[in-house]
Design a protein around this ligand. Sequence first.
Ligand code: ZN
Ligand code: ZN
Length: 149
Amino acid sequence: MKCYKCYGETKKEKLKGIEIDRCTSCQSIWLDYNELDQLEDTIWPHDELKGSLFFGTKVSSISCPKCGTQMKKINYRFFDLELEMCPNSCGFYLDKGEEKRILELIKKDKKAYKRKIKAEDEWAKVLGKIKKSLKLLKEKDLSSDKKES
Ligand SMILES: [Zn+2]
Ligand SMILES: [Zn+2]
């Protein structure tokens, strides 16, 4: 496979156990559609919790190495990272170093999610305490009412 960005030679290489094609001159990599998913799953295997993947419809100047369709520029999961994707879901082009950014972003997302869950947990505890004290207040009111009457 030739690099469709600079027409350089590509070489097979392993990235987190996934076989990818990296260009020996511009260092961009091609990921098959499911390989991006596999790459993310090495960090965080909960697809349903990750943001939407497809955002943006800017047309890219390169065409898909698999089907020849003009690729689209997409924003990766609403992060400030632009990837090239084949509109026929063949796969993605990642520029030099972008695979590292993806891994970092997924790590961050995972941390943020865990923080959110923790915050929700804490909030539930607080709510529980409020409910409990309200109940106590009510019971107190009832008993004082009884005394007065
Ligand atoms: Zn290249
Ligand atoms: Zn394609």
